[in-house]
Design a protein around this ligand. Sequence first.
Ligand SMILES: Nc1ncnc2c1ncn2[C@@H]1O[C@H](COP(=O)(O)OP(=O)(O)OP(=O)(O)O)[C@@H](O)[C@H]1O
Ligand SMILES: [Mg+2]
Length: 427
Amino acid sequence: MTTFDQILPSIRGVLHAQLENLKKLERLVINRDLNGRVRLVVDEKVFDNTEARAALDAIVCALAECLGSHSFPAERMVLFESDVLAVMQGAPNFNLEGFSNVTVVDRLAAETDWATIAPIATGARRTVFFSIKGGVGRSTALAAGAWSLAQVGKRVLVLDIDLESPGISCSLLPNERRPTYGIADWLVEDLVDNGASVFEDMIATSDFSHDGEIYVVPAHGRDPGEYVAKLGRVWMPKIGADGSRQSWSKRLNRLLDDLEKRWQPDVILIDSRAGIDEIASACITDLGAHTVLLFAMNSEQTWSGYRILFRHWRRTRAVSDIRERLQLIGSMIPEVGGVEYFNDLRENAWNVFAEELYDEVPAGELIGDYFSFDETDQTAPHYPLPIRWHRGFAALQSIHSHLQIIDFSEVTSIFGHLPLIEENVYV
Ligand SMILES: Nc1ncnc2c1ncn2[C@@H]1O[C@H](COP(=O)(O)OP(=O)(O)OP(=O)(O)O)[C@@H](O)[C@H]1O
Ligand SMILES: [Mg+2]
């Protein structure tokens, strides 16, 4: 019996065997619906074309037999459309591997698909802090990064988009400085065209910036209010008066653009959610990130999570749009046995990156002509920028108070080159 993972390989098998028939169709769209059931969409001209129709029927029969529960019955499998390309609009789609004229349209219950990568934003550099597992020191590193950048005179905008488990605002703002509103408030107000009434009161400046300035936009305001009720609505797309539809992540992007215009930061740091999650997808793929920092502890779960994600990017042909923006971070390198730990981490990272993200270099060709790196290449995306485990940061009640007493050399000794990554000093 065919299961979900066999759908695409099975279709490829059938189409390889039916190549001559496929040529008679010009273009074939495979629609995989919300239940994982397959239908074909073809041009309505095929309907009256005897030769093309016979070719299509042969493909349909073979697919119905092969896909079992994962296809519509043969007599209901085909939709004839006057504009086949219109079927793909607004839905994740990608070319079926090995077939330039076959497109898979993948209907997902989630809004984001991890595979449509927005171009890099043209204004201030946007850096996303992401990890597969939670609790790896993402928010702490972001706070230290913001602090360091402010120390060298930068205006830093920090967004807490870890809406379901907010954290960074507590790290950077003492309670009395928190603003009245947060990102969740804006997302809810925007649905009823009322975003402007919270826009000016959703940002606060951190008090430990010296020469620069740190602007913090929290997930919620000082009083979270009906946060759960708001959180249940932030995901809503906005339907305009003209019927146009803007997904929640596009709305978030609009907010970010407006905040950038209003506060004119030099750099933007974004605390994403952990895991293969809808918010994380929006942060990584939809916000025009220049750099995506992938935090990793050396565990089986971390690598299998990154492998799933990278493989998805490869399958959906998104890989070349995203891989140059990635940088691995080795988080909380232990005090004892740190060198061995780091080497092991680097080796595991290289295995995953080399197998899933890097180009294969054909024998006899130069590695420099391809997106491919040696394991020991320190400029490679897989080569971890280390963050040391440090007792001063372990189980802190408040990073905010700790950052007020720390100095630059201590931050650099723990967080290495990471804090200044935005300045492109080291990377
Ligand atoms: N370099 C470090 N050395 C020691 N402890 C650290 C370090 N960085 C962070 N910690 C501690 O690890 C814990 C998790 O840190 P943090 O909240 O920054 O992680 P996170 O990845 O943002 O977690 P979450 O997924 O919950 O948002 C905190 O108790 C923090 O004080
Ligand atoms: Mg966090």
